[in-house]
Design a protein around this ligand. Structure first.
Ligand SMILES: [Zn+2]
Length: 492
């Protein structure tokens, strides 16, 4: 079978290129993971969700994906935070690894095959630093080891920066032992009170960048297929990873570089100084995790994404529509036998359109557009079928539902039971709007009595009364259900 023709934008060449992996059918992918010193923010969550969909889609397409995402658990920020909380750096990092894993599960992120930690890979890190020193591209200076940027001619090939521009205004800071301003630390001599490991250069700890070179080489090989991360990692982190890895191995490092765009808050860059950093954990306490995922996927991963409460609320309404459709279709056709025969309107075409969108640099907004078409057809077939043949309609609905199942795995959407998701959504809306559930249920049963007595005027009045309280009721074959209606201003 011919491999799927997936194209992806490669930051290294600044071009969309066909995905051709070193080993046919296998993708080796490394993504820079979190520095575990605090809660991650929603910009981080967007990045990890983007690569989650890359992994899911490649697997959907039949690739065997080796997915490695690291934890940076040795870092200045961790030491500083631990000094503030009174924990040891190891304790603090361990606590935030657990928190990150909980948040990842809430977001339905697939677990990487390997999640290596820096603190477990000191021998590998020291070995690569030794190799760089032996090759003369790194030097020791009073217990620190620096990479000598001027001895690596390809430096800045990813960020396309000019060395002269980078040097302008750069100075070696007091206390640094490096020869040239652009040189960066591979190893730092121990300072009092900091975690430190034995090395050929005395006690110390690794610089930030070297960990990804060491851990990707260990788990994926010195050359591998795709390296991913957020846009702000291109310089200097990814640039330095390339320099270290290629100088040490003499081989090309990652073939494709994928970078996820920024996320801003209501049009402003998220920053500590502006005080507008939104933690994923806080966002998850307010909005549905799947609505957040849906919101992330509604913009192409390379484009900037504007976070706003209104946009999240819209995603949640959209998702509610999808889940209501699934519930309705399941009620109608799940587990039923409509026999063999033709289908209406080629349900398989949605899969082809979905794949065409996703093959084109993981175009999730395009894929969501295809989903809208698919759900539109399911709604039409359940509510106003254009054909009379009930078996034909049933078979087609089953085929469409099966397609939703296939697509949802690739996007990480609709993994919940529709009824459960809708109930959770309703509970949250009830709380937010202060709706009295007992009263709603009393009015609904009064309305059912009125309908039984054929007192339709009273039934309509009761429906109106519920509407006034923000409650919308739906009469289905299974009885009357209700949901919290969208506020008028928000849906107008
Ligand atoms: Zn990295």
């Amino acid at each position: 079978m011919a491999p799927p023709s997936i194209a992806l934008f490669n930051t290294l060449t600044m071009q969309k290129e066909p995905l051709v992996t070193a080993e046919p059918g296998v993708v080796r992918l490394y993504v820079c993971g979190p520095t575990v010193y605090s809660y991650i923010h929603i910009g981080n969550a967007r990045t990890f969700t983007s690569f989650d969909v890359v992994v899911r889609y490649l697997r959907y397409r039949g690739y065997q994906v080796h997915y490695v995402r690291n934890y940076t658990d040795v870092d200045d920020k961790i030491i500083k935070a631990a000094n503030e909380t009174g924990e040891t750096p190891v304790e603090l990092a361990g606590r935030f690894v657990k928190i990150f894993e909980e948040d990842s599960r809430a977001l339905h992120l697939v677990a990487p095959d390997v999640s290596p930690k820096v603190s477990d890979h000191l021998p590998e890190i020291i070995r690569i630093v030794e190799a760089l020193v032996a090759k003369g591209v790194a030097y020791e200076s009073q217990g620190d080891v620096y990479f000598s940027v001027s001895s690596y001619p390809d430096y800045a090939k990813l960020s396309k920066r000019k060395l002269d521009d980078l040097c302008a205004g750069e100075r070696v800071a007091p206390g640094e032992q490096k020869r040239e301003p652009l040189d960066f630390a591979l190893w730092k001599a121990a300072k009092p009170g900091e975690p430190a490991w034995d090395s050929p250069w005395g006690k110390g700890r690794p610089g930030w960048h070297i960990e990804c070179s060491a851990m990707s080489a260990k788990y994926l090989g010195e050359s591998f297929d795709i390296h991913g991360g957020a846009l702000d990692l291109i310089f200097p982190h990814h640039e330095n990873e390339i320099a270290q890895s290629e100088a040490a191995s003499g081989k090309p490092f990652a073939k494709y570089w994928m970078h996820c765009g920024f996320l801003d808050i209501e049009g402003a860059k998220m920053s500590k100084s502006l005080g507008n950093v939104v933690r994923l954990r806080d966002a998850l306490s307010r909005v549905d995790a799947e609505a957040l995922r849906f919101f992330f996927l509604s913009t192409h991963y390379r484009h900037p994404l504007h976070f706003a409460d209104k946009a999240i609320a819209d995603s949640e309404y959209r998702l509610e529509y999808f889940y209501e459709t699934l519930r309705k279709v399941d009620e109608r056709v799940a587990g039923k036998d409509f026999g063999q025969g033709p289908l209406h309107g080629e349900p398989g075409r949605f899969l082809q359109q979905f794949e065409a969108a996703m093959d084109d640099d993981f175009n999730c907004p395009g894929a969501l557009g295809v989903l809208s078409g698919l759900f539109g057809q399911m709604n039409e077939l359940t509510d106003k079928p254009p054909v009379k043949d009930k078996a034909l309609v049933g078979r087609t609905l089953q085929a469409l539902r099966e397609n939703v199942r296939k697509l949802s795995g690739a996007l990480g959407l609709f993994e919940d039971e529709p009824a459960q998701w809708l109930l959770r959504r309703r509970d949250r809306a009830v709380q937010e709007r202060g709706i009295d559930v007992a009263q709603v249920e009393r009015l609904i049963s009064e309305r059912n009595e009125a309908r039984k007595a054929k007192n339709f005027a009273e039934a309509d009045r009761l429906r109106g009364e519920l509407k006034g309280q923000g409650v919308e009721i739906m009469d289905t074959a299974a009885g009357t259900s209700w949901k919290v209606a969208a506020p008028v201003a928000e849906t107008a």
